[in-house]
Write a protein that binds this ligand. Structure first.
Ligand code: SAH
Length: 259
């Protein structure tokens, strides 16, 4: 069977990110879950309690993942270098994201990773899950199709299930064409910088006309995240925004006075 860039290499491009995990035991159990399926990258955002003996106990020998786990204060720094983010959530909320089941989510994550992209799978806090703002940064959400009246799996079990689906992808993997090295998709840091510029320009051209920008911003996020723009494409968009801002500036009633 062909293995493309090597199934290990693809899986090593996938980060499992636990966002604000509450129980150190779940961190350890997640490490074990990943290790059994050949995934190696665990990341923690603002864990309540880590390192912790309970985490090591439940890792059951997968301590290397815990020792290597970067701990970040915010999701921003975690997502900066990644090019595809999928948020695991039991609930649909806010402006709707594309919703995938674990199999389709794993297939999308694996294909992206195998082509050389960097993937983040985001898992939420045990009590509160992922916040709306956290999900809004994702390209799509993955929902494990549990029953409506009891939909939350244990955090580490949700991790296990995704890790298993990714393992199946790796075992079945055919060679994948690498991404266009000359024009790779932009990292999420650059995408966020673009969003900041876009919001600023929409203000400058008075696009919102007094309405709250929130819903429009959510929809525009969805649109641009779906498109997965490259750095070059973002540069063109920045250029357009800069010109729009310049024209808005010229159109101000006092503009000629200042020239
Ligand atoms: N009460 C929280 C559940 C948190 S469970 C909520 O309603 O969102 C902890 C994490 O496990 C979730 O944030 C999610 O990342 C993952 N998870 C649990 N059940 C899931 C499901 N059915 N589908 C997708 N992810 C799930």
């Amino acid at each position: 069977m062909g293995m493309g860039m090597g199934m290990g290499t693809a899986l090593s491009n996938i980060d499992c990110v636990l966002v604000r995990p509450q129980h150190p035991g779940n961190i350890g159990a997640a490490a074990r879950a990943l290790r059994t399926m050949g995934l190696s990258r665990l990341l923690l955002v603002a864990p309540r309690c880590f390192p912790d003996a309970e985490a090591n106990a439940l890792a059951a020998g997968a301590d290397a993942l815990l020792d290597a786990a970067p701990v970040h204060a915010t999701l921003d720094t975690t997502l900066a270098g990644c090019t595809l983010a999928l948020g695991l959530s039991a609930r649909r909320r806010g402006v709707r994201l594309d919703e995938l089941d674990p199999r389709a989510g794993a297939a999308r994550a694996f294909a992206h990773a195998a082509a050389g992209g960097r993937v983040a799978l985001l898992f939420g806090n045990e009590r509160t899950g992922l916040e709306n703002d956290e999900l809004a940064r994702c390209h799509a959400m993955v929902r494990i199709p549990s029953v409506d009246d009891f939909s939350s799996l244990n955090l580490a079990q949700a991790v296990q299930l995704m890790a298993y689906e990714l393992r199946l992808c790796a075992l079945a993997a055919a060679p994948v064409a690498p991404m266009d090295a000359a024009d790779p998709p932009a990292g999420l840091r650059e995408v966020e910088t673009f969003f900041a510029h876009l919001w600023q320009t929409l203000d400058a051209i008075d696009f919102h006309k007094g309405r709250a920008p929130y819903t429009v911003e959510r929809r525009l996020r969805r649109l641009f995240l779906r498109a997965q723009p490259s750095l070059r494409e973002l540069r063109i968009l920045h250029g357009m925004l800069a010109d729009a801002e310049r024209m808005a500036q010229l159109a101000r009633p006092d503009a000629t006075m200042r020239e």
